[in-house]
Write a protein that binds this ligand. Sequence first.
Ligand SMILES: [Zn+2]
Length: 118
Amino acid sequence: MEKKTKYCPFCGNEIDSAYLNCPICGKSQYSVMEIKPKHKKKNMLLAVFLSLLFTGLGQAYLRQWFRGLAFIISAFSIVLFLGPYLTDEEIMIVGVFFGILSAIDAYFLAKKINQSSV
Ligand SMILES: [Zn+2]
């Protein structure tokens, strides 16, 4: 009976496909299968829409937590510091401005993520 073999993705040596760890370099063969499905394409329009809905939400969808948080914090701190000097309309304009800024950022972020996961 012939043995089934495969090539280790880490060192490139031909090994028995039944091995869970490569006998030559010792890397786990199981984790390779786990990592693969994670490279999912992100929906660019959804990222933009979420950012328009709420500043930083599109970044959160793209798993760029700190980036999303930075958008929320800067938007809130401007409203907090300038709030007493601005009218409600002007505060709304600031909110819309940050929403658009966040949406543009989310668009390019999604584009970058999709290109790198091909
Ligand atoms: Zn190996």
